[in-house]
Design a protein around this ligand. Structure first.
Ligand code: ATP
Length: 238
């Protein structure tokens, strides 16, 4: 399987002391990688660094073999990277359709942007039913679908997804995970999934990376993280 994302020796943070320390990881194309770890381990910082919001002090990121050092944030979107931050960033005053169209505003291929929008409605039925509802009228699950849908309108190759289960009921979380699985299987989407909800993340992931104090302490298959009790006790605390 070809490698879509490669991270080498990535060190980054907000001040003098780095939050991420020499992080290495690889994500094959068409797979879901779960990024796990305790509060403050650096998971969100990893996604923010990958999407160009935090500048690394060392190391590099390669997308499809191409180094991303110095590439502007907006260019990263054009190269196929989409970031759905924690908290979702849905615009409360805009309708579902307007929010979704925001995701494809920059695209020159209008016909394909419209096609991508139709596909999002097909994938997320609740959004199709509520296309004229304002963002603030949506449930938590619908808002998460909208944030995901908006990212998908840009037709990303790599989706960086931060805590999609946050604040959602277990049933809704399971639906979101099933959608991710469907996207991977149908379209070959590659996902880097940050989650506190370890069981949910491992139910859908192919591989798992555990961060502790900004370092990768385990990188293995999701099956092994699920099934190896010793590993789970040592690194995931259950
Ligand atoms: P959580 O699940 O709590 O979001 P996390 O693993 O995603 O945890 P990060 O949010 O990446 O962790 O935070 C890692 C460390 O970086 C923490 O010590 C946090 O206080 C610090 N940090 C995060 N954002 C900032 C910021 N904007 N400025 C300064 N420090 C920050």
């Amino acid at each position: 399987m070809s490698e879509l994302l490669r991270v080498e020796g990535l060190t980054a943070g907000y001040g003098a002391a780095p939050v991420l320390r020499e992080v290495d990881l690889t994500v094959p194309a068409g797979t879901i990688a779960a990024v796990l770890g305790a509060n403050g381990a650096g998971k969100t910082t990893l996604l923010r660094t990958l999407s160009g919001l935090v500048r690394p002090s060392a190391g590099r990121v390669l997308l499809d073999g191409r180094p991303l050092t110095g590439v502007a944030v907006e260019k990263l979107v054009h190269l196929g990277m989409a970031h759905v931050p924690e908290g979702r960033g849905v615009v409360a005053e805009l309708t579902v359709e307007e929010n979704l169209r925001l995701g494809g505003l920059w695209r020159r291929d209008r016909a394909d942007a419209n096609k991508a929008l139709a596909e999002v409605y097909e994938l997320f039925e609740p959004l199709a039913k509520r296309r004229r509802s304002a963002g603030h009228q949506l449930s938590g699950g619908e808002r998460q679908m909208l944030a995901l849908g908006r990212a998908l309108v840009a037709r990303p190759r790599l989706l960086l997804l931060d805590e999609p289960s946050l604040g959602l009921a277990p049933k809704v979380t399971a639906q979101i995970m099933a959608l991710l699985r469907q996207l991977r299987d149908r379209t070959g989407l590659t996902v880097l999934l940050v989650e506190q909800n370890v069981r949910s993340a491992l139910s859908v992931a192919d591989t798992g990376v555990v961060l502790a104090l900004g370092k990768v302490v385990v990188a293995t298959s999701a099956d092994r993280l699920r099934d190896d009790e010793e590993l789970r006790h040592a690194y995931l605390g259950f």
